[in-house]
Design a protein. Structure first.
Length: 222
């Protein structure tokens, strides 16, 4: 009871700082994932239809190389190039998001039955129509799975952004460790977990809605 009482007082006193850290964490994570989707999904779609195998191998090798670089090392590399703050943190997390989203997009499009594509071509569907009406709806579960997993990872990795002055929930954790304040550490950690769970739930609901919508649209088209 004493801890709950003291923790309640702590939240009341530090709520403005907590809200600022939460907002910064949300901005860093959202922008990283948004840019990752804008870049990785089109690349994955292109690679799935590309017949030049060495290009696919090169792109996946480069993106996989980025995944092997430790997050702190990547942040340290970006500091002399870009400086400190949110910008290098967003760029680093964006680079980390590319591989899983691109790989899942590629896998989803590769999993589409080629006979369905041939049938659509025989019905007079253009390449854009085949992409939008056939391939994308069938690959959507793979794509959303990649986005969901990547989002959870990015939210957790974003806690390191505070080490280069980007703020976020990691700032609460680091500050709490520096002054031995358990309330700060607990608040930063639990909010990061809650944010990851909420993001996964929202993306899961979005996936179900998009899947049902594309199925309905496909049934009407058929």
């Amino acid at each position: 009871m004493d801890f709950l009482k003291s923790y309640g007082q702590f939240l009341s006193d530090r709520m403005p700082d907590i809200l600022v850290a939460f907002r910064e964490h949300l901005i860093i994570s959202f922008l990283s994932i948004a840019f990752g989707c804008l870049v990785a999904i089109p690349i994955g779609v292109y690679l799935a239809g590309n017949r030049i195998k060495w290009i696919n191998s090169l792109v996946f090798a480069l993106s996989n190389l980025l995944q092997t670089v430790p997050s702190l090392a990547l942040l340290a590399i970006l500091i002399p190039l870009i400086g400190v703050g949110m910008k290098p943190a967003i760029i680093a997390l964006f680079l980390y998001s590319l591989m899983p989203i691109m790989r899942n997009t590629f896998t989803g499009f590769q999993a589409v039955n080629p006979h369905l594509i041939e049938a659509a071509r025989g019905m007079g569907y253009s390449s854009i129509q085949r992409l939008v009406r056939i391939q994308l709806p069938l690959a959507l579960p793979y794509i959303m799975s990649g986005v969901r997993v990547t989002t959870v990872y990015i939210i957790s990795w974003a806690t390191l952004a505070t080490l280069i002055g980007a703020g976020g929930l990691g700032q609460l954790i680091v500050a709490g460790m520096g002054v031995n304040k358990k309330e700060l550490i607990f608040t930063g950690a639990i909010l990061a977990v809650i944010l990851a769970l909420i993001a996964d739930f929202v993306l899961g609901a979005l996936e179900k809605w998009l899947t049902s919508r594309t199925k309905t649209s496909g049934a009407k088209t058929a």
